[in-house]
Design a protein around this ligand. Sequence first.
Ligand SMILES: [Zn+2]
Length: 195
Amino acid sequence: MNRNQFIEFVRNDLASHGVKLVLVNARSLSNKYGGWYADGSRRLTVARHHVNFTGILLHEYCHFRQWIEDRTLWNKLLWKNNYFFEWLDSRKPVSKKVLDAKIAVLTLEYDCERRALKLIKKLHLPLSVEIYTQKANAYLLSYHLITTHHRWPENKSVYRSAISKHMPIKLLPLRRICNEAVLTEDVLKMMNKCF
Ligand SMILES: [Zn+2]
């Protein structure tokens, strides 16, 4: 399935559940994000000109599939996820509740990335499993730095190959993703430049 076929596939699946695909003519949303899935407004939005467009569309689509297939997990983790992003926008110091919310974000994102990797293979998407995995590892681990820096990486993308090429080509187990100590000094140095 090529990129355009995948866009139509996503659009149709969303439509059958009353969700709209919105492609924005921009490189990012709010100058930060590649895309998002909002269950409340029933919209899946992606920046059409994002350098990693197909990967972002796939990732957000997998959040939609989580919402469809595992509403229990979604509902259990989403309020903590929202708490984390509210904290990120605030000036409140890090608390135990924030760190707990970070683990919930990672759990939700990890499940999403596992779904994405399965779909790349199942639908023969024009994405390399190895490269997607490396970027996913980098993305997941970046949440530790997002917490430390108290901001989203707006300076440079954590998806850059300069960072992801140092990541394992297998998805790290969730318990390792959740452990900040996994980040080596070299990777930390490169990731810090994104903030
Ligand atoms: Zn996500």
